[in-house]
Design a protein around this ligand. Structure first.
Ligand SMILES: [Cu+2]
Length: 145
């Protein structure tokens, strides 16, 4: 019994190390620019960044040129600004942006899923919780090499 344990321990460590080496390079950083739709003058930056262990990710949004003091729901979505898709990660992680009195807004979302290494993703800024259908600004994310 003790002999098996002695053999199993180094194997487990080796398996964990090789798994980490295999997973880490797959978590990629994504970045993009936000632009207003229609009359919106919003401009900003967006990102999706892997955690150090590659297992989770952090989405960020920062913009200016918005209407002072509004509250904007936002998400990373699967797809592109042209072709919409579902929310990436748990929607509950995305705290709405509360725009300040100068039209500047910033928020981040700690996601429980890894940053992807493939696919298409974008960030959209919704008009309000009561009008999610109207997208006031959007930006496609691009993988950073
Ligand atoms: Cu959204």
């Amino acid at each position: 019994m003790s002999r098996i344990r002695l053999l199993a321990a180094p194997l487990a460590i080796a398996a964990t190390a090789s798994l980490a080496a295999a997973v880490a390079p797959l978590a990629m950083k994504w970045e993009g620019k936000l632009a207003g739709n229609g009359a919106s003058k919003i401009t900003g930056v967006i990102s999706l960044t892997p955690s150090p262990d590659g297992k989770t990710s952090m989405a960020t949004v920062e913009f200016e040129g918005d209407t002072p003091s509004v509250t904007r729901p936002w998400h990373v979505h699967i797809g592109s600004c042209d072709k919409g898709g579902g929310v990436f990660g748990g929607g509950i992680a995305y705290k709405p942006v509360v725009v300040d009195d100068k039209g500047h807004g910033i928020s981040s979302a700690a996601l429980t899923i890894a940053a992807p290494d493939t696919g298409s993703y974008y960030v959209n800024i919704h008009e309000s919780a009561a009008n999610m259908r109207t997208i006031v600004a959007c930006g496609d994310l691009k993988m950073k090499h």
